[in-house]
Design a protein around this ligand. Structure first.
Ligand code: SF4
Ligand code: SF4
Length: 77
């Protein structure tokens, strides 16, 4: 099991991570952050392989990837 955490306030909405995720695990949140954009969130952790592509392409280093984690902590969903 793998999942990612995303710094929603740091996200500038460039959507690179969504574009490059090979598993369509990411999407945009309904609400806006303080930068006035819809930040990225993980919409389907079950699809995540922990490949780290999203973290590598994020220009603002907003994404952390956790691999071999037993489950997504409730506060990070
Ligand atoms: S780690 Fe890979 S599969 Fe998981 S969200 Fe990022 S790009 Fe997608
Ligand atoms: S690549 Fe980073 S800054 Fe761009 S949308 Fe994804 S999380 Fe936000």
């Amino acid at each position: 099991m793998a999942y990612v955490t995303i710094n929603a306030e740091g996200c500038k909405g460039c959507l690179l991570c969504i574009e490059y995720c090979p598993r369509e695990s990411l999407g945009c949140a309904e609400g806006m952050n303080r930068r006035g954009v819809h930040p990225v969130e993980q919409i389907d952790p079950d699809r995540c392989t922990g490949c780290r592509i999203c973290a590598l392409v994020c220009p603002d280093v907003c994404i952390e990837v956790y691999r071999d984690a037993p489950s997504v902590p409730s506060e990070e969903k």
